[in-house]
Design a protein around this ligand. Structure first.
Ligand code: NAP
Length: 245
């Protein structure tokens, strides 16, 4: 049984990845800001699920909790940094605090967990073959209006990942990013209310639709598996062709 940590398991893409890994008998230590009925169901249904309630934007608390997790669980071979917030605000109305909030949630959280995890692997002399998967976005590699906060956080995460990949390539650690396009997670229904913006996203996507929530998981599992043993430092898009244009 492979054991690993996955963040943002309460909803959306993280919940889908979590359910699918649990079905395939991975042991998942799932972190999320709050508990909800999805988490309660997962706890009831799967013995191989451990839930940790933690707001990852709280940096000190995150440093302490990740140490506890790494001390209490043996042979952790993967880390999936999925938790994130999205934030629409034009740049001239954004200030230091706005950027700080999005970076705390989307970037520093992943950086703290990744570095603690790599330190844990170093104590094992890097003998465990490990995979870190970071969920980034098409926002960052491509520019979008009103998303400079979000783009900065996802851009930071993507380039952090590439550096880690190179730094630890000889140490049995692979680091990759999965970059979704528009996926029908929790914000899909709300987004649809702005029909002009919604129609633009559909028409601009070569496949002419938003992605399903379960269309992210297969690539994530592949990046954890032996089949991807020579892949590191990459960003792979799951975006219906958006970035190909
Ligand atoms: N959906 C898309 O179209 C899309 C596109 C590109 C990239 N992404 C990225 O994919 C990831 C998942 O997105 P999603 O659409 O599935 O989001 P979602 O439906 O909003 O779910 C996000 C999950 O992460 C948790 N979370 C958020 N901030 C957290 C924090 N500070 N500490 C702990 N848990 C936290 C949330 O917990 P609570 O429910 O308790 O808040 C929730 O369970 C994000 O990183 C997002 O940027 C999504």
């Amino acid at each position: 049984m492979k054991t690993g940590i996955l963040t943002g398991v309460g909803n959306g893409i993280g919940l889908s990845i979590c359910k699918n890994l649990l079905k395939k008998r991975y042991k998942v230590i799932g972190i999320s800001k709050s508990s909800n009925s999805n988490i309660i169901d997962l706890k009831k249904k799967y013995k191989n699920f451990v839930f940790i309630k933690l707001d990852l934007s709280k940096k000190k608390l995150t440093e302490t909790k990740i140490q506890n997790i790494l001390t209490n669980h043996k042979n952790i071979t993967f880390l999936i940094n999925n938790a994130g917030i999205r934030y629409r605000k034009n740049s001239i109305n954004s200030n230091f605090r706005t950027y700080q909030k999005v970076l705390d949630n989307n970037f520093f959280s992943a950086a703290i967990l990744s570095n603690a995890y790599i330190k844990y692997l170093s104590y094992k002399n890097f003998t465990l073959k490990s995979s870190i998967v970071n969920i980034t976005s098409i926002v960052g590699p491509r520019g979008f209006a009103d998303l400079s906060n979000y783009a900065s956080s996802k851009g930071a995460l993507e380039y952090f990942s590439k550096s880690l990949a190179v730094e630890y390539a000889k140490k049995n650690i692979r680091v990759n990013c999965v970059a979704p396009g528009f996926i029908k997670s929790s914000y899909h229904e709300n987004f649809k209310k702005n029909s002009t913006l919604y129609d633009w996203t559909v028409n601009r996507t070569p496949m002419n639709r938003w992605g399903e929530i379960d269309e992210i998981y297969p690539l994530v599992e592949f990046l954890l598996s032996k089949g991807s043993s020579y892949i590191t430092g990459n960003t792979i898009y799951v975006d219906g062709g958006w970035t190909a244009q």
